[in-house]
Ligand binder design. Structure first.
Ligand code: CA
Length: 230
């Protein structure tokens, strides 16, 4: 679960970051609106926490630009002003919820959980073809067969399941799983796709991870019965 914080008050941004990191989230921080917008446009985040008064580009504009790019990531807007008009401007610009500063940290966590739940991030399993990815146990299940995935295998698989058959580029998988500034390279993605293909075959899944040349990977349901060759 990856969260982006766009907030120019470093102390606040860093304390939210450390809190969320302790809760198990991957967190990136941008300290101005322009770089925040660029991060957000990567489309790799499950949630964006967005301040309004920001250098270079204000939060309203950031939200508008993100939505214009058809990025549907939930946005939790932070505002120092509590007036009705500001809230309306925020919601009109594409925010999903707002929190007035100063806020209680429990309130922030409750908002984050509610927004993540709403977009279905807290469902327990995702099904595709005849196969289920159990999100709480990281098990891949097909009928009576099941196999446990390693942490990275699970993250890659979750991306593919959530894409529901749409093509995901290697770059997108790399960024979503290993992070924006990690040392991992696209070869890592290929290696994990290889592991996952074996595991799908081992449990007799009718799912295939197909390669779209130069574009990336996607899940496909194969209707024909194919014996596991290796
Ligand atoms: Ca600010």
């Amino acid at each position: 679960m990856r969260i982006l914080i766009i907030e120019d008050e470093q102390l606040l941004a860093d304390s939210i970051k450390s809190l969320l990191t302790k809760k198990g989230f991957e967190v990136d921080v941008a300290y101005d609106g322009e770089s925040g917008k660029e991060y957000a446009e990567l489309g790799i985040y499950d949630l964006i926490i967005l301040d309004i008064m920001l250098p270079k580009m204000d939060g309203y504009e950031v939200a508008r630009r993100i939505r214009k790019k058809r990025i549907g990531t939930p946005i939790l807007m932070l505002t120092a002003k509590g007036e009705l008009e500001d809230r309306i401007t925020g919601l009109n610009s594409g925010a999903d919820y707002y929190l007035t500063k100063p806020f209680d940290i429990r309130e922030l966590l409750a908002c984050i959980n509610a927004l993540l739940r709403r977009q279905g991030a807290y469902v327990n399993e995702i099904r595709f073809g005849n196969t289920v990815l159990d999100l709480s146990s990281a098990m891949l299940i097909c009928g009576e067969n099941s196999i446990r995935l390693s942490a990275k295998e699970f993250d890659v698989m979750r991306c593919l399941f959530q894409a529901e058959g749409k093509i995901l580029s290697k770059e997108m998988i790399l960024t979503k799983v290993w992070g924006y500034d990690s040392d991992a390279v696209e070869n890592h993605v290929e290696v994990y796709i290889g592991f996952l293909r074996k595991k799908l075959a081992n449990i007799g899944s009718n799912l295939r991870i197909e390669t779209a040349r130069r574009l990336g990977y996607y899940l496909e349901v194969c209707d024909y019965d194919s014996e596991v060759a290796n």
